[in-house]
Design a protein around this ligand. Structure first.
Ligand code: PLP
Length: 366
Protein backbone atom coordinates (compact mmCIF):
# COMPACT_ATOMS: atom_id res chain seq x y z
CA UNK A 1 0.00 0.00 0.00
CA UNK A 2 1.30 3.45 -0.92
CA UNK A 3 1.45 6.22 1.64
CA UNK A 4 -1.63 8.33 1.36
CA UNK A 5 0.25 11.40 2.50
CA UNK A 6 3.72 12.68 3.16
CA UNK A 7 4.47 13.45 6.79
CA UNK A 8 6.05 16.89 7.07
CA UNK A 9 6.43 16.56 10.81
CA UNK A 10 9.45 16.23 13.07
CA UNK A 11 8.90 12.53 13.70
CA UNK A 12 7.32 10.14 13.32
CA UNK A 13 8.26 11.11 9.82
CA UNK A 14 8.15 9.72 6.32
CA UNK A 15 10.41 6.67 6.10
CA UNK A 16 11.64 4.86 3.00
CA UNK A 17 9.89 1.79 1.63
CA UNK A 18 12.94 -0.29 2.46
CA UNK A 19 12.87 0.82 6.11
CA UNK A 20 9.20 -0.16 6.31
CA UNK A 21 9.92 -3.45 4.51
CA UNK A 22 12.53 -4.39 7.15
CA UNK A 23 9.64 -4.83 9.60
CA UNK A 24 7.80 -7.34 7.47
CA UNK A 25 8.90 -10.37 9.46
CA UNK A 26 8.74 -11.62 13.04
CA UNK A 27 12.11 -11.71 14.75
CA UNK A 28 13.45 -13.36 17.87
CA UNK A 29 15.36 -11.42 20.49
CA UNK A 30 17.80 -13.76 22.15
CA UNK A 31 20.00 -15.20 19.40
CA UNK A 32 23.44 -14.07 18.32
CA UNK A 33 22.30 -12.52 15.03
CA UNK A 34 19.94 -10.21 16.83
CA UNK A 35 22.46 -9.28 19.51
CA UNK A 36 25.03 -8.55 16.81
CA UNK A 37 22.56 -6.27 15.10
CA UNK A 38 22.14 -4.34 18.35
CA UNK A 39 25.92 -4.15 18.77
CA UNK A 40 26.36 -2.87 15.25
CA UNK A 41 23.66 -0.24 15.79
CA UNK A 42 25.47 0.88 18.95
CA UNK A 43 28.73 1.19 17.02
CA UNK A 44 27.08 3.12 14.16
CA UNK A 45 25.67 5.59 16.67
CA UNK A 46 29.14 6.16 18.11
CA UNK A 47 30.48 6.72 14.59
CA UNK A 48 27.78 9.31 13.87
CA UNK A 49 28.66 11.05 17.14
CA UNK A 50 32.37 10.97 16.20
CA UNK A 51 33.39 9.32 19.47
CA UNK A 52 35.35 6.17 20.23
CA UNK A 53 34.11 3.20 22.17
CA UNK A 54 36.77 3.54 24.87
CA UNK A 55 35.44 6.85 26.10
CA UNK A 56 31.80 6.61 25.09
CA UNK A 57 29.07 4.03 24.80
CA UNK A 58 25.68 4.01 23.07
CA UNK A 59 22.78 2.67 25.13
CA UNK A 60 19.35 2.08 23.56
CA UNK A 61 16.29 2.41 25.82
CA UNK A 62 12.83 1.09 24.93
CA UNK A 63 10.16 3.78 24.56
CA UNK A 64 9.89 7.15 22.84
CA UNK A 65 12.44 9.97 23.13
CA UNK A 66 11.13 11.19 26.47
CA UNK A 67 11.92 7.78 28.02
CA UNK A 68 15.55 8.28 27.03
CA UNK A 69 15.65 11.80 28.51
CA UNK A 70 14.00 10.54 31.68
CA UNK A 71 16.43 7.63 31.95
CA UNK A 72 19.37 10.06 31.84
CA UNK A 73 17.95 12.58 34.31
CA UNK A 74 16.73 9.90 36.72
CA UNK A 75 19.86 7.72 36.46
CA UNK A 76 22.63 10.32 36.38
CA UNK A 77 21.72 13.23 38.66
CA UNK A 78 22.17 12.02 42.26
CA UNK A 79 19.87 13.12 45.06
CA UNK A 80 22.50 15.58 46.30
CA UNK A 81 23.04 16.98 42.78
CA UNK A 82 21.87 20.36 41.47
CA UNK A 83 20.57 20.54 37.94
CA UNK A 84 20.22 23.59 35.72
CA UNK A 85 17.78 23.28 32.82
CA UNK A 86 17.78 25.78 29.95
CA UNK A 87 14.26 26.23 28.63
CA UNK A 88 13.12 28.01 25.49
CA UNK A 89 10.30 25.69 24.56
CA UNK A 90 8.25 22.74 25.71
CA UNK A 91 11.03 20.14 25.47
CA UNK A 92 13.20 22.14 27.88
CA UNK A 93 10.19 22.46 30.17
CA UNK A 94 9.67 18.71 29.99
CA UNK A 95 13.13 18.13 31.50
CA UNK A 96 12.06 20.35 34.40
CA UNK A 97 8.93 18.22 34.83
CA UNK A 98 11.05 15.06 34.91
CA UNK A 99 13.30 16.61 37.57
CA UNK A 100 10.19 17.44 39.62
CA UNK A 101 8.96 13.86 39.48
CA UNK A 102 12.34 12.60 40.74
CA UNK A 103 12.57 15.37 43.35
CA UNK A 104 15.78 16.64 41.80
CA UNK A 105 16.74 20.17 42.81
CA UNK A 106 16.71 22.29 39.65
CA UNK A 107 17.29 25.87 38.57
CA UNK A 108 15.36 26.81 35.44
CA UNK A 109 17.00 29.16 33.00
CA UNK A 110 13.91 30.46 31.21
CA UNK A 111 14.39 32.10 27.85
CA UNK A 112 11.79 33.63 25.53
CA UNK A 113 10.47 30.93 23.19
CA UNK A 114 11.40 32.97 20.15
CA UNK A 115 15.02 33.41 21.26
CA UNK A 116 17.94 31.02 21.55
CA UNK A 117 19.62 29.97 24.79
CA UNK A 118 22.91 31.89 24.56
CA UNK A 119 26.31 31.47 26.19
CA UNK A 120 25.92 34.88 27.88
CA UNK A 121 22.68 33.82 29.55
CA UNK A 122 24.12 30.49 30.66
CA UNK A 123 27.33 32.04 32.03
CA UNK A 124 25.40 34.62 34.03
CA UNK A 125 23.03 32.02 35.47
CA UNK A 126 25.84 29.62 36.37
CA UNK A 127 27.74 32.45 38.09
CA UNK A 128 24.64 33.11 40.17
CA UNK A 129 24.37 29.39 41.00
CA UNK A 130 27.80 27.96 41.79
CA UNK A 131 26.14 24.87 43.31
CA UNK A 132 25.16 23.48 39.87
CA UNK A 133 26.57 20.00 39.17
CA UNK A 134 24.56 19.05 36.05
CA UNK A 135 23.31 21.06 33.09
CA UNK A 136 20.67 20.07 30.52
CA UNK A 137 19.60 21.82 27.33
CA UNK A 138 17.90 21.17 24.01
CA UNK A 139 19.82 21.33 20.73
CA UNK A 140 17.02 21.82 18.21
CA UNK A 141 14.00 23.07 20.20
CA UNK A 142 11.33 21.43 18.05
CA UNK A 143 8.66 23.63 19.64
CA UNK A 144 9.72 26.53 17.41
CA UNK A 145 12.53 25.18 15.23
CA UNK A 146 15.27 27.16 17.03
CA UNK A 147 18.75 25.66 16.92
CA UNK A 148 20.39 26.47 20.25
CA UNK A 149 24.16 27.16 20.02
CA UNK A 150 25.49 24.23 22.07
CA UNK A 151 28.99 24.84 20.62
CA UNK A 152 29.47 28.00 22.64
CA UNK A 153 27.88 26.62 25.81
CA UNK A 154 28.76 22.98 26.47
CA UNK A 155 32.61 23.19 26.39
CA UNK A 156 32.49 26.15 28.81
CA UNK A 157 30.38 24.14 31.26
CA UNK A 158 32.65 21.11 31.01
CA UNK A 159 35.68 23.23 31.87
CA UNK A 160 33.90 23.97 35.13
CA UNK A 161 33.40 20.29 35.85
CA UNK A 162 29.65 20.36 35.21
CA UNK A 163 28.12 17.19 33.73
CA UNK A 164 26.47 18.11 30.43
CA UNK A 165 23.25 16.63 29.03
CA UNK A 166 21.98 17.52 25.55
CA UNK A 167 18.59 16.55 24.17
CA UNK A 168 19.53 16.28 20.49
CA UNK A 169 16.37 14.35 19.70
CA UNK A 170 15.44 16.21 16.56
CA UNK A 171 18.96 17.00 15.30
CA UNK A 172 21.19 13.94 15.78
CA UNK A 173 21.84 12.30 12.42
CA UNK A 174 20.61 15.39 10.53
CA UNK A 175 23.05 18.00 11.82
CA UNK A 176 26.72 17.14 12.42
CA UNK A 177 27.46 17.15 16.16
CA UNK A 178 31.02 16.55 17.28
CA UNK A 179 30.16 15.02 20.65
CA UNK A 180 33.76 14.48 21.71
CA UNK A 181 35.07 17.94 20.84
CA UNK A 182 32.07 19.58 22.42
CA UNK A 183 32.52 17.42 25.50
CA UNK A 184 28.89 16.40 25.71
CA UNK A 185 28.57 13.77 28.45
CA UNK A 186 25.08 12.53 27.61
CA UNK A 187 23.34 13.06 24.29
CA UNK A 188 19.84 11.70 23.77
CA UNK A 189 18.02 11.02 20.52
CA UNK A 190 15.51 8.51 19.16
CA UNK A 191 14.82 6.23 16.20
CA UNK A 192 12.07 8.25 14.53
CA UNK A 193 13.78 11.56 13.84
CA UNK A 194 16.76 12.38 11.61
CA UNK A 195 18.03 8.80 11.32
CA UNK A 196 14.67 8.15 9.66
CA UNK A 197 13.59 5.00 11.44
CA UNK A 198 10.20 4.24 12.95
CA UNK A 199 9.19 5.08 16.56
CA UNK A 200 10.02 2.59 19.30
CA UNK A 201 13.21 3.34 21.17
CA UNK A 202 15.53 6.13 22.18
CA UNK A 203 19.27 5.99 22.68
CA UNK A 204 21.90 7.72 24.77
CA UNK A 205 25.47 8.47 23.73
CA UNK A 206 27.10 8.39 27.14
CA UNK A 207 30.45 9.24 28.65
CA UNK A 208 31.46 5.82 29.95
CA UNK A 209 33.22 6.85 33.14
CA UNK A 210 30.41 9.12 34.29
CA UNK A 211 27.86 6.44 33.43
CA UNK A 212 29.84 3.85 35.35
CA UNK A 213 30.09 6.12 38.37
CA UNK A 214 26.29 6.42 38.36
CA UNK A 215 25.72 2.83 39.45
CA UNK A 216 22.86 2.66 41.96
CA UNK A 217 21.63 6.21 41.29
CA UNK A 218 18.57 5.31 39.17
CA UNK A 219 15.14 5.68 40.80
CA UNK A 220 13.42 3.55 38.17
CA UNK A 221 13.89 -0.09 37.25
CA UNK A 222 12.92 -0.01 33.58
CA UNK A 223 14.64 3.34 32.95
CA UNK A 224 17.87 2.43 34.75
CA UNK A 225 20.48 3.56 32.22
CA UNK A 226 23.40 1.97 34.04
CA UNK A 227 21.65 -1.38 34.29
CA UNK A 228 20.68 -1.37 30.62
CA UNK A 229 24.30 -0.55 29.77
CA UNK A 230 25.62 -3.34 31.98
CA UNK A 231 23.32 -5.92 30.42
CA UNK A 232 24.30 -4.84 26.90
CA UNK A 233 28.00 -4.97 27.74
CA UNK A 234 27.98 -8.27 29.63
CA UNK A 235 25.63 -10.00 27.28
CA UNK A 236 26.98 -8.56 24.00
CA UNK A 237 23.94 -6.62 22.86
CA UNK A 238 21.19 -8.19 24.96
CA UNK A 239 18.41 -5.79 25.90
CA UNK A 240 16.85 -5.98 29.38
CA UNK A 241 13.17 -6.86 28.88
CA UNK A 242 11.48 -7.31 25.50
CA UNK A 243 13.03 -5.15 22.83
CA UNK A 244 11.13 -3.64 19.88
CA UNK A 245 12.43 -6.18 17.36
CA UNK A 246 10.75 -4.75 14.27
CA UNK A 247 11.85 -1.26 15.15
CA UNK A 248 15.42 -2.45 15.67
CA UNK A 249 15.51 -4.06 12.24
CA UNK A 250 14.02 -0.96 10.62
CA UNK A 251 16.57 1.19 12.45
CA UNK A 252 19.48 -0.94 11.25
CA UNK A 253 18.18 -0.44 7.70
CA UNK A 254 17.78 3.31 8.30
CA UNK A 255 21.41 3.52 9.47
CA UNK A 256 22.55 1.74 6.31
CA UNK A 257 20.58 4.22 4.24
CA UNK A 258 22.12 7.15 6.10
CA UNK A 259 25.54 5.79 5.17
CA UNK A 260 24.49 5.32 1.53
CA UNK A 261 23.26 8.90 1.39
CA UNK A 262 26.79 9.99 2.35
CA UNK A 263 26.48 10.27 6.13
CA UNK A 264 25.28 13.09 8.34
CA UNK A 265 27.00 15.86 6.30
CA UNK A 266 25.10 14.92 3.13
CA UNK A 267 21.82 14.50 4.95
CA UNK A 268 22.34 17.89 6.57
CA UNK A 269 22.82 19.43 3.11
CA UNK A 270 19.57 17.89 1.89
CA UNK A 271 17.64 19.08 4.93
CA UNK A 272 19.13 22.56 4.61
CA UNK A 273 18.20 22.75 0.92
CA UNK A 274 14.67 21.55 1.74
CA UNK A 275 14.29 24.12 4.49
CA UNK A 276 15.57 27.05 2.38
CA UNK A 277 13.36 26.12 -0.53
CA UNK A 278 10.42 25.84 1.88
CA UNK A 279 10.83 29.24 3.55
CA UNK A 280 11.59 31.06 0.31
CA UNK A 281 8.51 29.55 -1.33
CA UNK A 282 6.33 30.20 1.72
CA UNK A 283 7.49 33.82 1.91
CA UNK A 284 6.29 34.31 -1.68
CA UNK A 285 2.92 32.87 -0.68
CA UNK A 286 2.66 35.32 2.23
CA UNK A 287 3.81 33.10 5.12
CA UNK A 288 6.62 34.48 7.31
CA UNK A 289 9.09 32.36 9.24
CA UNK A 290 8.82 33.03 13.00
CA UNK A 291 12.46 32.60 13.99
CA UNK A 292 15.37 34.76 12.79
CA UNK A 293 17.41 33.07 10.08
CA UNK A 294 20.43 33.12 12.37
CA UNK A 295 18.79 30.60 14.74
CA UNK A 296 16.49 28.77 12.34
CA UNK A 297 17.21 25.02 12.21
CA UNK A 298 17.17 23.02 8.97
CA UNK A 299 14.70 20.60 10.63
CA UNK A 300 11.37 22.27 11.27
CA UNK A 301 10.04 25.79 10.65
CA UNK A 302 7.33 27.77 12.43
CA UNK A 303 5.25 30.06 10.21
CA UNK A 304 3.07 32.91 11.43
CA UNK A 305 -0.55 32.88 10.39
CA UNK A 306 -0.76 35.17 7.33
CA UNK A 307 -3.82 37.02 8.66
CA UNK A 308 -6.20 37.09 11.59
CA UNK A 309 -8.84 35.32 9.51
CA UNK A 310 -6.52 32.40 8.73
CA UNK A 311 -8.29 29.13 9.51
CA UNK A 312 -5.59 26.60 10.37
CA UNK A 313 -7.96 23.66 10.86
CA UNK A 314 -9.34 24.14 7.36
CA UNK A 315 -5.88 24.70 5.84
CA UNK A 316 -4.66 21.52 7.54
CA UNK A 317 -7.53 19.45 6.15
CA UNK A 318 -7.10 20.83 2.64
CA UNK A 319 -3.39 20.08 2.71
CA UNK A 320 -3.98 16.60 4.05
CA UNK A 321 -6.42 16.00 1.23
CA UNK A 322 -3.70 17.17 -1.18
CA UNK A 323 -1.30 14.62 0.38
CA UNK A 324 0.67 16.56 3.02
CA UNK A 325 0.45 16.40 6.78
CA UNK A 326 1.86 19.41 8.65
CA UNK A 327 1.98 20.32 12.33
CA UNK A 328 0.10 22.81 14.48
CA UNK A 329 2.06 25.47 16.35
CA UNK A 330 3.12 24.85 19.92
CA UNK A 331 3.73 28.29 21.38
CA UNK A 332 1.22 30.48 23.12
CA UNK A 333 2.38 34.01 22.24
CA UNK A 334 1.98 34.02 18.45
CA UNK A 335 -0.41 31.97 16.29
CA UNK A 336 1.81 29.70 14.18
CA UNK A 337 1.91 26.35 12.46
CA UNK A 338 4.94 24.23 11.70
CA UNK A 339 6.28 22.34 8.72
CA UNK A 340 9.01 19.75 9.11
CA UNK A 341 11.33 18.92 6.24
CA UNK A 342 13.17 15.87 7.56
CA UNK A 343 12.61 12.23 6.62
CA UNK A 344 12.32 10.77 3.16
CA UNK A 345 11.58 14.24 1.77
CA UNK A 346 13.29 15.83 -1.22
CA UNK A 347 13.20 19.11 -3.12
CA UNK A 348 10.56 17.76 -5.51
CA UNK A 349 8.29 17.09 -2.55
CA UNK A 350 8.78 20.65 -1.28
CA UNK A 351 7.90 21.97 -4.77
CA UNK A 352 4.74 19.88 -4.76
CA UNK A 353 3.86 21.12 -1.27
CA UNK A 354 4.35 24.76 -2.29
CA UNK A 355 2.20 24.21 -5.35
CA UNK A 356 -0.57 22.70 -3.21
CA UNK A 357 -0.39 25.60 -0.72
CA UNK A 358 -0.48 28.08 -3.58
CA UNK A 359 -3.65 26.50 -4.93
CA UNK A 360 -5.32 26.40 -1.52
CA UNK A 361 -4.50 30.00 -0.65
CA UNK A 362 -5.45 31.46 -4.05
CA UNK A 363 -8.75 29.57 -3.90
CA UNK A 364 -9.51 31.11 -0.48
CA UNK A 365 -8.68 34.65 -1.66
CA UNK A 366 -11.15 34.53 -4.56
C1 PLP B 1 10.61 14.51 19.71
C2 PLP B 1 11.36 15.19 20.78
C3 PLP B 1 11.45 14.64 22.08
C4 PLP B 1 10.81 13.34 22.48
O1 PLP B 1 9.48 13.27 22.29
P1 PLP B 1 8.74 11.86 22.33
O2 PLP B 1 7.33 12.24 22.00
O3 PLP B 1 8.88 11.29 23.67
O4 PLP B 1 9.39 11.00 21.30
C5 PLP B 1 12.24 15.27 23.00
N1 PLP B 1 12.89 16.40 22.71
C6 PLP B 1 12.82 16.98 21.50
C7 PLP B 1 13.60 18.22 21.23
C8 PLP B 1 12.05 16.39 20.49
O5 PLP B 1 11.99 16.95 19.27
Amino acid sequence: MENEYLLLTPGPLTTSKTVKAAMNMDYCTWDDDYKEMTQSIRQSLLDIAKVDSQEYTAVPIQGSGTYGVESVIGSIVPSEGHLMVAMNGSYGERIGQIADVYDIDHVDLKVDEQQPVTAELVKAEISAHPEITHFAMIHCETTTGILNPIESIIPWLKERGIVTIVDAMSSFGGIPIDVKNLDIDFLISSTNKCIQGVPGFSFVIANRSILEASKGTARSLSLDLYDQYQEMEKNHGKWRFTSPTHVVHAFAQALTELKIEGGVEKRYERYLANQRQLTQGMEKLGFKQLIDNEWQSPIITSFRYPSEEFDFAKFYQQLKFAGFVIYPGKISMVPTFRIGNIGEVYQDNISELLEAISQITSATVE
